[in-house]
Design a protein around this ligand. Structure first.
Ligand code: C2O
Ligand code: CU
Ligand code: CU
Length: 509
């Protein structure tokens, strides 16, 4: 690892009371800092996130570039789609087809991945698998289809640990064909959860040529809620807000709570759940989504919090005014959405993925005791572990093969049961959000206990020491990635490929 002095912040010009003070900012040695372009000079201030309706057959222009954004009290150069963090919300109709003309205004290659959407394989945005990376100044036209209603998101599939962390993410809302698909709500809101490493306003650097924080992933110390410090929402008492929540953090799991409100879980990663139900809160690992109906009973000010077993973080505040009488919305169960997959849930396990790690300098070390690491309690050590000294692994015990060497070949129309075994005896056991591209699945059992709360997932959080059985509905032909959605784990190798042959079995509407 090459050590370079960090000069990237250069000089800051401060104009005060008619005096021009040129202050040289301290050169901050953080080890091998090679990211040299964080200066706000030359980038426009970040815009506010817009919601854009894109018609069937329509075209949308999406551009990656740099913006200036204040985080932790200082303007930083970050990366953004169409100049805002989060990027624009694309609102489309289920069954429609849309062209996204993407332009790369970054000084590094990138691609756009449409997380959770069963697009055709050529449009999946995986570099060197479904397309060549889009070079700086380059373009790519994505032809997207939207078979499933619900909330999805887009992000780069090149250096997620850096590009996504620096602000490249946005939601896609697929409005259902059937107007009665969701229980009634008065309004829709988005809640996008992120965190970032910052100290005294300086964003923690990212290396150009390696990924750090490779052991635990990069847990930030500053939360970004809808790209800001906090989410401030206004509502009337009794009003029902449908809140689409997305975790876009590199590594941090969130437990979202609305103390004082009644909260109903109505949707998950890919559409509505089989059994809508009252919940205290919802745990979301990186890339997972939840659709919540939130209703505050009376006027007042309410906190919105991320609550771990040990502490509470404020995510925002709801200011609730007087309202009409609460409309009692009863969310109807939707068992029909799962009729085709239900008979396959009890089948035998077809294959196991055992989760493991190998590091150059690691003893057996678990930093926390619970099944989920809510914090990085070993930040210094973690910060210095890179993708060159750490290999995260998906292991196929049947063949002994690891990651990209694991043979997986199936056909559309099949259902496969995969047991994800998060080995508690590995060198560093921790939770992993395991994501499958291009298909959808349900959790059939956790530690042998059948799951009766069905929901369509594209990512499942596998806690430390757990065995989670998922049944994947194979519908979409092509070469699809499977990987951990901790960005640093992906960069450190934790990925495999599924080859799916046969006819396209994704519904066309
Ligand atoms: Cu969110 Cu491989 O993706
Ligand atoms: Cu994905
Ligand atoms: Cu992982």
């Amino acid at each position: 690892m090459q050590k370079q002095p960090n000069k990237r912040w250069g000089f800051a010009a401060v104009i005060a009371a008619g005096l021009v003070i040129v202050a040289a900012l301290a050169t901050r040695d953080r080890g091998a800092v090679v990211e040299t372009k964080d200066s706000p000079v030359g980038s426009a201030p970040a815009a506010t996130t817009s919601v854009v309706d894109v018609e069937d057959g329509g075209t949308f222009e999406l551009r990656a570039g740099y913006v200036q954004k204040e985080v932790d009290g200082r303007a930083n150069r970050m990366m953004a789609y169409n100049g805002s963090i989060p990027g624009p919300v694309l609102r489309v109709r289920q069954g429609s087809t849309v062209t996204v003309r993407f332009a790369n205004g970054l000084e590094e290659p990138t691609t756009v991945h449409w997380h959770g959407i069963r697009v055709t394989n050529a449009n999946d945005g995986v570099p060197d698998v479904t397309q060549a990376p889009v070079a700086p100044g380059g373009e790519f036209a994505y032809e997207l289809r939207f078979p499933d209603p619900g909330v999805y998101w887009y992000h780069p599939h090149v250096r997620e640990d850096k590009q996504q962390d620096l602000g490249m993410y946005g939601n896609i809302l697929v409005a259902p064909e059937d107007d009665a698909y969701w229980p009634k709500a008065d309004r829709e809101e988005f809640l996008v959860l992120d965190d970032i490493v910052a100290s005294n306003g300086f964003l923690g650097p990212h290396h150009d040529d390696l990924t750090d924080y490779a052991l635990m992933g990069r847990y930030g110390n500053v939360l970004l809620v809808n790209g800001a410090k906090a989410w401030d929402v206004r509502a009337a008492a009794g009003e029902v807000l449908r809140v689409y929540v997305t975790n876009v953090a590199n590594a941090r799991p969130f437990r979202v709570t609305f103390p004082g409100a009644s909260v109903t879980l109505v949707g998950s990663d890919a559409g509505r759940v089989a059994d809508p139900r009252a919940v205290d809160g919802v745990t979301l690992a990186p890339s997972e989504r939840a659709v919540l109906h939130v209703q505050w009973p009376s006027a007042g000010t309410y906190a919105i919090e991320h609550r771990t077993p040990d502490r509470a973080y404020r995510l925002g505040t709801a200011t609730v005014g007087e309202g009409t009488t609460a409309s009692d919305v009863v969310a109807a169960p939707a068992p029909g959405d799962f009729a085709a997959i239900r008979p396959h849930l009890a089948k035998a396990v077809d294959m196991t993925w055992r989760l493991d790690v190998a590091t150059a300098h690691m003893m057996h070390h678990a930093s926390g005791s619970g099944p989920i690491e809510w914090e990085d309690d070993m930040r210094m050590m973690n910060a210095h572990m890179t993708d060159q000294t750490t290999e995260w692994k998906i292991v196929d015990p049947a063949t002994g093969k690891v990651n990209m060497d694991i043979p997986m070949r199936w056909k559309t129309g099949e259902y496969v049961k995969i047991r994800i075994d998060n080995d508690a005896s590995s060198d560093h056991p921790m939770q992993h959000p395991i994501h499958i591209h291009g298909q959808r699945f349900v959790v059939a059992a956790v530690d042998g206990v059948p799951n009766d709360k069905l929901e369509w997932k594209d990512t499942v959080l596998v806690p430390k020491g757990s065995k989670v059985d998922v049944v994947v509905e194979l519908s979409n032909p092509g070469e699809w990635m499977v990987h951990c959605h901790v960005a640093e784990h992906l960069e450190a190798g934790m990925m495999a490929m599924m080859m799916i042959e046969g006819e396209d079995a994704v519904p066309k509407q």
